[in-house]
Design a binder for this molecule. Structure first.
Ligand code: MOS
Length: 753
């Protein structure tokens, strides 16, 4: 890690935006005041496949206050489809009468009030030429094909996995499945559009300020310079606000047509179909090992559901193929097209489902071998990527296992399933590996330095993770100022671009750019000081001058106040714009940054190193002997992720991920009525998520780690790793408690009866 004399990195720091958030001063997109808005309400399709034959809008138009009703008949041709990440087409009815899935936007009603828009929307009559839809795996009419491979999505392979599997002393061959899940961020999907002449401002919660700007400009056929996006705070995203949904262009067109701002707040149930979700997967894992536990073969096959036009898939085999030393690996991923909305990122998109399968299979192997599951990981730990031999930039997997195991009391575990009891409760202890690739993207930042303090501006994304605080800490650290002397501006595309806030790259991407812009300020101030014949630093090597404690300081300890040193450069404000292009990315990535393309240096696909954060989950489950009720009284999870900029918010991220992992293991599933391909539990009452009473004592251990290869600041990213592997740790604990291996999530009572 960079020299941190300030001690700010690693010091628990309350969120700089905490007070604004808890007092309601923080403006989420739909809170932004606009003058005289009209209100939109979406009409969504009630069939999952077919065509729209006609609309009867008469009853809707007669509702007092209705201003306009948009359908494909009157917006078609005014806007194209927003591409999904990767450029594939997605599902929309904007441009045609085609219905791709249930709950697709087919009309937008705009009225003077929300209530009038809603009433009129319910009176819109749509006549469909419906066809029988295919809902999911095993439905007649789905089509299957291998996923498209690319530089980012290969099918990792090495050696001869099938021969090695056939020859293995011990074999596991098992099939697993994970269900559809929806993010359900508390903040709903909202869009407010305002035109001033040819200029469009979009207030919308997003994880990609410049991506939203560029995509909507392209859809509308206007210059991106005419589009401004504003998203100062996002009330939860988890991937669901990472790509552009079809709603935005509808609302932009509505606002242009009415000549007044239009505001949409979609309903909770609409959020299930107008945005993305975690697609259901099926997987098969084959492990071959020698009697001493060493892996000799790993084959991981995956199948993922997607929409008809999109080939979206997550292919977590990029991760699972690299977890353990193994000379023979083979992976394959298939997409299965159904009449569904296009899925998308959801917290650790590839790793969450695929590590469930791998880590369950590892537990099955440990059981088969009569070996402790922690020892099985140790035997197969590796310093190099088993696929192509790159060294890991750092890898503290076993340190995480050892520290969490110690804290958990793992050595008191009786390995035999069903052997540990407490009255009527069967007690099970399980563990699993957590991991997430360490990604970093290009980013730019603007610094304005005056004698009164610094302002750092960048179009970054505060999705609840503490992004403002990371920037403030980094700038204060770099400029030798106090946190309270730094003001951070984010969430506005008038500010310099930052890559998409996805793939846990945000802290690494923004902090490395902020260090760069601050270093440029230091360099100029130091140069001016060295050049000043009347100053204290005349003739000193500028590189030896440092900013610390509000002063410019020389190697001999001599110093002067920053305000004085700054005065040599400017009587007003020093303003600097700097860009950071991570080493290993082509220069075109910087160009792409300004065009809203999300190019990242991925931990899975770097040439120099394999870059991952690691962790270990330990969980205790209790299954009631008679009712099979499942409780989880205790979790200990340890993580190691390089430089931790702010341990206070990092702990929250780790813990939040871990909680979600418990939830995903035991509760969450979007149920589909297979006859009509419709989500059934599309609300927060029926979509099961845990309440406080379900969440036990969760202990998070942060294992210190220094990584000087992953990026200059050694930051690995922490937003997603917490959820990864937790589902398997729970399933493994349930097996230990009951002797019953549940390979299909979620693990609910009925599966244990
Ligand atoms: Mo995150 S699911 O990579 O937006």
């Amino acid at each position: 890690m960079a020299d941190d004399a300030s001690g700010l990195f690693g010091t628990p720091t309350p969120r700089v935006d905490g007070v604004a958030k808890v007092t309601g001063a923080a403006r989420y997109a739909s809170d932004e005041p606009v003058s005289n808005p009209a209100f939109a309400y979406l009409v969504t399709s009630s069939v999952a496949r077919g065509r729209i034959r006609s609309f009867d809008l008469e009853a809707a138009r007669s509702v007092p206050g209705v201003l306009e009703i948009l359908t494909h008949e009157n917006v078609g041709g005014h806007a194209g489809t927003p591409p999904q990440m990767g450029g594939d087409q997605t599902t929309t009815t904007m441009e045609s009468d085609k219905v791709w899935h249930d709950g697709q936007i087919v009309a937008v009603v705009i009225a003077e009030t929300y209530e009038a828009a809603r009433e009129a929307a319910h009176r819109v009559e749509v006549s469909y030429a419906g066809e029988k839809p295919s809902a999911s795996f095993d439905s007649p009419g789905v089509t299957e094909e291998p996923h498209k491979t690319s530089a980012e999505k290969t099918d990792p392979k090495v050696g001869d996995a099938s021969a090695a599997f056939a020859a293995a002393e011990v074999r596991i061959d098992a099939r697993y499945s994970t269900p559809t899940q929806h993010h359900n961020p508390i903040e709903l999907f909202t869009t407010t559009c305002v035109w001033e002449g040819p200029h469009l401002t979009i207030y919308e919660p997003t994880q990609s300020m410049y991506g939203l700007k560029a995509t909507v400009a392209k859809q509308l056929g206007i210059d991106p310079a005419q589009v401004r996006t504003v998203s100062r705070f996002v009330g939860g995203a988890f991937g669901s606000k990472g790509t552009v949904s079809s709603r935005t262009a509808w609302i932009a067109i509505a606002a242009r047509r009415l000549g007044r701002p239009v505001k949409l707040v979609a309903t909770r149930d609409q959020g299930f179909t107008i945005a993305t979700y975690r697609a259901e997967t099926r997987q098969r894992v084959r492990l071959g090992a020698s009697r001493d536990g060493r892996l000799t073969a790993l084959t991981h096959d995956g199948w993922e559901i997607t929409s008809r036009p999109s080939g979206y898939n997550v292919a977590g085999t990029e991760t699972t193929a690299r977890m353990y030393a193994c000379p023979n690996v083979s992976t394959n991923v298939h997409v299965v097209h159904a009449d569904r909305n296009t899925p998308g990122f959801m917290r650790a998109p590839p790793d969450t489902p695929y590590m469930f399968a791998l880590e369950s299979a590892m537990d099955e192997l440990a059981h088969e071998l009569g070996m402790d599951p922690v020892e099985l990981r140790r035997v197969n730990d590796t310093r190099v990527d088993p696929i192509d031999g790159r060294p890991f930039s750092s890898r503290s997997l076993m340190a995480c296992f050892d520290q969490a195991a110690e804290r958990f009391g793992w050595r008191r575990r009786d390995r035999r399933p069903g052997s540990m009891r407490d009255g009527d409760w069967l007690v099970g202890w399980g563990c699993a590996t957590a991991t997430y690739p360490s990604n970093i993207g290009p980013a730019a930042a603007r610094l304005t330095l005056t004698p009164h303090g610094a302002t750092v501006g960048l179009a970054g994304h505060e999705i609840g993770t503490g992004a403002y605080t990371v920037v403030a800490i980094t700038a204060a650290h770099s400029l030798g100022l106090r946190i309270e002397d730094v003001r951070v501006l984010m969430g506005d595309s008038e500010l310099p671009p930052v890559t998409i806030a996805g793939g846990s790259n945000n802290a690494a991407s923004t902090a490395n750019a902020v260090v760069k812009v601050c270093e440029e300020a230091r360099r100029r101030i130091a140069q001016a000081a060295a050049n000043d014949p009347a100053g204290a630093f005349h003739g000193v090597e500028p590189a030896a001058l440092r900013l610390a404690g509000g002063s410019l300081t020389g190697p001999d300890g001599r110093s002067e106040p920053l305000a004085k040193a700054l005065g040599r450069v400017t009587a007003g404000a020093l303003e600097i714009h700097a860009e950071n292009l991570p080493e290993g990315l082509p220069p075109s990535a910087l160009e792409g940054l300004y065009k809203g393309q999300a190019q990242m240096l991925r931990g899975t696909g770097r040439r120099d190193v394999a870059a991952f954060a690691f962790g270990a989950h330990f969980v205790e489950v209790r299954v009631h002997r008679l009712t099979r009720e499942i409780r989880t009284p205790r979790v200990v999870s340890a993580f190691s992720a390089g430089t931790i900029v702010n341990p206070l918010t990092a702990r929250s991220q780790f813990m939040g991920g871990t909680i979600w992992g418990l939830s995903a293991a035991l509760m969450e599933s979007t149920e589909i009525d297979r006859r009509v391909a419709r989500y059934v539990n599309d609300n927060l009452a029926d979509y099961l998520i845990p309440v406080n009473a379900d969440i036990p004592d969760i202990e998070v251990i942060i294992v210190p780690e220094t990584d000087d290869r992953v990026n200059p600041l050694g930051i690995k990213g922490i937003g997603e790793i917490g959820i990864v592997g937790m589902n398997a740790a729970v399933a493994n604990a349930v097996f230990h408690a009951t002797g019953k291996r549940i390979r299909d999530l979620p693990i609910r009572i009925e599966k244990l009866l």
